[in-house]
Design a protein. Sequence first.
Length: 348
Amino acid sequence: MTEAEGSPVATRADEAAAWWLKLQAGEGHLTAEEGDAFDAWLAADPANDAALQRCATAWNSLEELAGTPRMVALRADALEHMRRANQRRWAKPFRLGGSAYAAAAALVLAIGGGGAWYLGMSDADRLATGMGERRTLALADGSHLSMDAQTQVAVTLSRDQRRLQIDAGRAKFDVAAEPNRPFTVEAGGHIVVATGTSFSTERVDGKLHVIVYEGKVVVLNGSMPDPQTLLALRNHPAPGVVALLPGQEFVVQDGASRGVVRGDVPGSANWENGMLEFIEEPLSDAVAQLNRYSTKAMVVTDARAAAIKVDGVFEAGQTDAFVEAMARVYPVRTRRRADGTIEISSRD
């Protein structure tokens, strides 16, 4: 691709983004001249095709953020700029006009082409799911985020750190390995530090749960250290830092400095498929999880009932089936209030 005289020098990512935008705007069709220029660009360097494939992957990943207003606007604006450019037949050599160049550059930033913005995430951006809603999102660094119902996650991706915060609910993180850029999740006064790994965090009934499925994480409490300290702690945990391996769960009361490490409950990730599996789960925690999926809210009215250990597999959103099972199997009674809330209390 040849730059117009006096225009900025495009990087490979810029060129790939511009070609991808043009293909999208034209629904895959190019004129003969455009086709020749495109073929010449691909033939000039094998890395050009790889860059174009990265654009395709990232563009498709944006579908997962279709509900994010900034992504919708950016995607629409980029295509509109290119459609306007297509109204004029291109002349050789290929030239990218100012407005189209700006649109392509914006897309490059949006798909993580090296800018500090990274998929539209900034300190002010938050992701959230509603009642009964689950979402899986692709982050610009290649990591994936699965969010349970009624979950709130803030995401900030910068050049030297990937920093997330979960304020409510539950999320699973499949972290892309970047040895020199730590991935952290802040929750309940604690910081979870990971590299290439898979783990989940959950805020439920005043407690923080961290479960590791693959790789390794470390958990510390207090303020966020600088990136270099995080890298050192990941490899050489200091006193007071908890290291977790696959199959382990860390549980701590929100704000407490110490927690407990125990074996992970089998099936703990089944919520991604709409099933909730409980093994020796406190009734209060089980109720809090089920309440994320239904307007039929449940409330446990006393500490004795809240402490009952619950076992079973339940479909998310099936509140009535859960209440019926509790009343049949455990020493509790249930009552429906006038507003529809279901009370669960211990039997006298």
